[in-house]
Design a protein around this ligand. Structure first.
Ligand code: MOS
Length: 734
């Protein structure tokens, strides 16, 4: 017989491969574009060929003659509003005011992909052309062409606390910097696709969404139909990174074409479409000033930022945000403007404003350390957040521990040296550090568990798993609190018809929101089982536990298989449905933290920058699955390395063409650019359970690399992605 202690250790699995891995690696996993339903048509969008203007007329006669073309819809036939498509204005699915090159003005449905593509190219559009602006400087000029009726600039959005003017008066030192970040594409592997069909007035959409419920809600609202009439299915999703958390325009287009033709329609974006139609990370131009005391106390930060949000922005958050939650300055004032341009739209991408804001602020912090002759790690330890905005207490705070643990593991104090001017031709090394925090919200979740008389359980959750391993995490939580192996849990997900509600995979919320409901449902079933076992054995309930599917008493003497207990209820199953709601007190804040350390190598001859070592230390509270958690952090770091060293959507100043809109020329990092990445978790105890993880991992990366470049060369690079040419020019000036 096994001892209880040993059995308990075995029961809590802390690392588990993805439960759907086999389906993904064998190709059995069915993504949207893999669906092929009876009578299905293929849909393609018709895109504007000018960056700014009014559509005067569309001639579809030639396009209609192409064999297999079944329907062409344009901005003159349909005026559906896509509410989630733009934050400050109403945006039509098919627009007659085109605001960027590629703006959607119509769509085609045809019997084949080829016919749909050909027809989308064959429509003849007459435009009244307006002047276009591709840069925020031009867009902000008084006589700039109006992209929106109410003007091209929105804001200021202000984040402020404390007495900023007083702190700048009392400062011993004011450190300033102007930092710029570029447009970055989400670049998920799976191109956008959506399949829709109608049965009477009931709509089914197979979507590539991050939130089946968010998608359903948006479709019902935009199409003006009751929410009960919409079903959304997502079984597999090839990456999200933020831009698919509502109903998307391609979902609406599939639904509109399906309604008009009376047939199922699969709308697909090409890879090139992805780069112009999907909503990526906005560019920023930030002026940062810090008020500092001689001892290194940072009194306050002042930031003024202009963000290029493109022709539309789906962003619901602030456009530069974050550092005010990981520094405990006495005051803070940021003034943020969103500026529209005739360029591709923007939206959420992994910690939407986080890395941009961190890059600017963490670079300035590094400069402060240099100017005061302090070690940059000590300066961070001195100013790391204690109370958010100087007023809110944190539910848990592992930031200092992340910094201290990281310094030890990275051997920071040995490896860090004062930056020196390199000799031309040398290959020099340097180390950098940067820290970050991100929201770790709590909220509403639902879960249903059925424990069957064969000892296996079905777990129903509304998650889709956008690549995070969410389904596996949910199974592991159920396994742990129910006391049965992960292998005995079938997860049922991804269909609004049979999944309990989940907010969806955005804002790094799934483990907290839905995971907590899973935990509560599992504990409820466990209590019912233990009550039964107690009645049968006469042993008090609190002396009993479930381990590996068996009820065990604390003295290890009684073992009853839970199968027998379920059978004894006279039913085939024990079911629990849970709605869980967590709320923070008003004076509390909950955050996840990270401290990143890296080493770079800079070739002073060529300007080449290589990241040669990387350590990430994270406080995300308790970790559910080390395997997927570590890899999620690595994924964030890889994206951050791209943002720092190579990724930039290059848009022509003359006509708004994307010059690198494909995977050949858009420079994503490859394995060649990725160093060994070590990931460490400091598992703080948080009263609300596991904290967020997905987004925070990208935030400190560009700043960390920039700080290492400064450490290696004494040169402060202020624009992302870092450019060899700029670095070489600055080396020459030294
Ligand atoms: Mo996200 S960028 O909250 O999906």
């Amino acid at each position: 017989m096994i001892t209880v202690v040993k059995a308990k250790e075995k029961a809590i699995v802390k690392a588990h491969p993805r439960i759907d891995a086999i389906y993904k690696v064998t190709g059995l996993a069915k993504y949207v574009a893999d669906w092929n339903v009876k009578d299905m048509l293929y849909g393609r969008v018709i895109k504007s060929k000018i960056p700014h203007g009014k559509v005067k007329s569309i001639d579809v006669s030639e396009a209609k003659k192409i064999e297999g073309v079944r329907d062409i819809v344009t901005c003159f036939d349909d005026n559906t509003i896509w509410h989630a498509g733009e934050k400050f204005h109403e945006r039509r699915v098919f627009t007659d005011h085109v605001r960027y090159l590629g703006d959607i003005i119509g769509a085609v449905a045809a019997e084949t992909r080829l016919a749909a593509i050909m027809a989308s190219e064959a429509v003849k559009v007459v435009y009244e052309e307006y002047p276009a602006v591709f840069k925020i400087e031009d867009s902000m000029k008084p006589n700039a062409p109006k992209i929106w009726e109410d003007g091209n600039v929105k804001g200021p959005l202000i984040i402020s606390y404390g007495d900023i003017d007083k702190d700048f008066t009392e400062a011993d030192l004011i450190v300033k910097g102007n930092y710029k970040t570029s447009r970055v594409a989400n670049a998920q592997l799976e191109p956008a696709a959506s399949l829709a069909w109608w049965e009477g007035d009931k709509l089914t959409v197979v979507a590539a969404t991050q939130s089946i419920f968010g998608c359903r809600e948006g479709l019902a609202k935009d199409l003006g139909i009751p929410i009960e009439n919409v079903r959304v299915i997502t079984y597999y999703k090839g990456g999200g990174f933020g831009n698919k958390a509502n109903d998307m325009n391609y979902d609406l287009i599939a639904a509109i074409l399906a309604k008009r033709t009376g047939r199922p329609v699969l709308v697909e974006f090409s890879r090139e479409d992805e780069f112009s139609l999907v909503h990526g990370r906005w560019a920023t131009d930030q002026m940062v000033e810090a008020a500092v005391k001689k001892d290194g106390t940072v009194l306050g930060f002042k930031i003024k930022a202009y963000c290029d949000v493109g022709a539309y922005t789906r962003a619901i958050g602030r456009f530069v945000e974050g550092p005010e939650s990981y520094y405990s300055t006495r005051s803070w004032y940021s003034e943020i403007y969103a500026v529209y341009t005739n360029t591709p739209p923007t939206g959420h991408m992994r910690a939407p404003p986080g890395p941009q804001a961190c890059f600017a602020t963490e670079s300035v912090i590094d400069d402060i350390a240099y100017k005061l002759g302090l070690n940059p790690l000590d300066l961070r330890l001195k100013n790391a957040v204690v109370k958010v905005h100087n007023s809110l207490s944190l539910t848990s705070n592992g930031l200092r521990e992340c910094l201290i643990r990281g310094a030890k593991e990275f051997n920071w104090y040995k490896r860090w040296k004062k930056p020196e001017k390199p000799k031309k031709g040398e290959i020099v090394r340097g180390v950098g550090v940067a820290m970050a925090a991100w929201h770790s919200r709590v909220g509403y979740g639902e879960a249903k568990i059925k424990l069957r008389s064969n000892g296996k359980a079905e777990l129903y959750v509304g998650v889709v798993d956008i690549g995070t391993g969410a389904k596996t995490a949910m199974a592991m939580i159920a396994s742990r609190y129910l006391g049965i192996p992960v292998e005995d849990i079938d997860v049922i997900w991804g269909d609004t018809e049979n999944s309990p509600y989940s907010i969806g995979e955005s804002g790094s919320r799934t483990t907290a929101f839905t995971g907590n409901a899973v935990k509560e449902a599992a504990l409820k079933i466990k209590q019912r089982i233990l009550t039964l076992a107690s009645q049968i054995t006469g042993i008090e309930r609190n002396q009993l536990d479930i381990v590996d599917g068996k009820v065990i008493s604390s003295d290890d003497s009684i073992i009853i298989d839970i199968k027998d207990l379920v059978t004894r209820t006279g039913n085939n199953e024990i079911e629990e449905f849970v709605e869980s709601k967590q709320e923070l007190d008003k004076d509390m804040e909950r955050l996840s933290f990270a401290a990143h350390f890296c080493e770079v190598e800079v070739d002073t001859d060529t300007g080449e920058i290589n990241v040669t070592d990387y350590l990430a230390v994270h406080d995300s509270g308790e970790i559910v699955n080390y395997l997927t958690a570590e890899n999620q952090v690595r994924g964030g770091i890889v994206m951050g390395i791209g943002m720092a060293l190579s990724e930039k959507l290059i848009i022509s100043d003359s006509d708004g063409t994307i010059l690198n809109g494909n995977f050949m020329t858009y420079r994503l990092p490859t394995i060649e650019n990725i160093p060994n990445i070590r990931v460490i978790f400091v598992e703080t105890e948080d009263p609300y359970g596991p904290k967020s993880l997905g987004e925070v991992s990208i935030i400190p990366v560009p700043a960390c690399i920039g700080n290492a470049i400064f450490n290696a060369t004494g040169i402060r690079l202020t624009e992302l992605p870092f450019s060899r040419e700029v670095l070489l020019a600055k080396l020459d000036q030294m």
